[in-house]
Structures are given as C-alpha cells and as structure tokens.
Design a protein around this ligand. Sequence first.
Ligand SMILES: Nc1nc2c(c(=O)[nH]1)N[C@H]1C(S)=C(S)[C@@H](COP(=O)(O)O)O[C@H]1N2
Ligand SMILES: [Mo]
Length: 233
Amino acid sequence: MEGRVERALPPGQRVKADFPRYGLPSFAPRWPTPGTDPRLQVVGDVASPCEIRLSDLAPLPRREQVSDLHCVATWSRLEIRWGGYRIRDVYESVIAPRAKPHPEVRYVWLKGADGFSASLLLEDALADDALLADALDGKPLAPEHGAPVRMVAPAHYGYKSVRHLCAIGLYRELRPGYGGPLVHARGRVEWEERSRYLPGVFYRYLYRAVLPFTLWLHRRLGAAGRIAGPERG
Ligand SMILES: Nc1nc2c(c(=O)[nH]1)N[C@H]1C(S)=C(S)[C@@H](COP(=O)(O)O)O[C@H]1N2
Ligand SMILES: [Mo]
C-alpha cells in the first residue's frame, strides 16, 4: 500500500513523537545566532574560494519537502516539512560557476557555526531530496533547528544534516568532520552505516544507551545555559 505511515522504519530506528534539537553533548549549549546578512564560505579544492550570501539564492526555484530525519542514536522524526533550495540547484547555478571546483572533487564538507562539521559524497549531496533548508513548517528556520540555513539529507543519518551552515568545502579527499575516524563516509540509513569498522547493529545499542542523557542535556540547555556563537573549541 502507498503511504508513509505504513512504510517500515529503517533498521534499528524508533519513532520519536517530538522533534528535539539533538547532537553530541559538547554542542548542546552552542546556539549560534545568525547575522543580518548570512553568508556561506565556499572553500577547499576550488580555483576561486568565495562567499555566497543567502540572498543570492533567491532566484533559484524554492522547494518544499516532507521527509524523515533518522538520528544515528536510533530516534526518527517522521514527516518534517522543510523549505529551501535543492543543493543540486545551488551547486550548479551558484557554487560551481563561482568557485570553480577542481574536476576531481568528490566530497562536500559542511561546517556549522557551532563548530560541528560533517562530509557527504558529492553525489549524495546532489541527490534529489538533499536541501539547503531555511524554513520549517512554513516558517523561517528557528535557531533551535539550525538557523539561518541547514543541510537536509534524508537518506543519511542526522549527523550529515549540519545545522547553522557557515561554510561548504569541496574536496578531493574525505575530511571526515567532527567525530574523526569513527565517522562513516556515507552514513546511509538504509544500509545502517552508523559508523565505520563494525556492523551498524553494534552501534545501535551503544548509541541508544547514551540517548536519554543526551536528550536531557539538550532539553536543559535549550532553556538555559546557551552559549551564543561564535564557535568555541
Ligand atoms: N551544527 C550542528 N549540526 C548538527 C548537529 C550539531 O551538533 N551541530 N547535530 C547533528 C545530529 S547528530 C542530528 S541527529 C541532527 C538533529 O537535527 P535537529 O537538532 O534539528 O533535530 O542535527 C545534526 N546537525
Ligand atoms: Mo544524530
């Protein structure tokens, strides 16, 4: 039968009724505040490193999309309504012509203003459902979920969907991003690519064990104890 509710969850995931802000404990207090004229730095193996204003994206077609977010720590939030631009459109119309990436670029490194970062294969970042999202539920993206703009890569674990984007790097070699050697280059949910070296089912139980503490920390620091950007550490 067609329909999202009937569709099975990816392996090892459980539905979450709310939509928490989430990440590694060290990022819980970091709530970067967007400036008035937000920009993205384009860096890496490119002929012309440059800066893109979010307002430069306005001529591109806007996209609304309902998709699921699957955190590597086993919670899934279903049917999130994002708005923004397809990364593929941004890449082809703005990033590539301005920055002139090296022809052998294979990875996209995404950096958040809180200091978090993650990489995707370029081909994964250019997927149909990969967005630069600046809206949630029809409203401008709030700081809680990654203002002013964030990555949304529904086929990949949540840690690839970097919030508060401030830089995009194009590289020939993988820069794993935050988390170092354990980080999976692709992190595809369908294949349970939670981390490297061991099967996903192993990490399923490990990450689930720390979930209550991390959720509690984010709840607590959402209300008090936030550190505004710029990044620390
Ligand atoms: N900048 C930044 N982006 C981030 C994180 C983070 O700590 N900082 N955490 C990631 C993780 S682990 C997940 S599961 C998702 C959660 O998205 P949400 O906070 O909007 O629920 O954000 C991802 N993007
Ligand atoms: Mo996550």
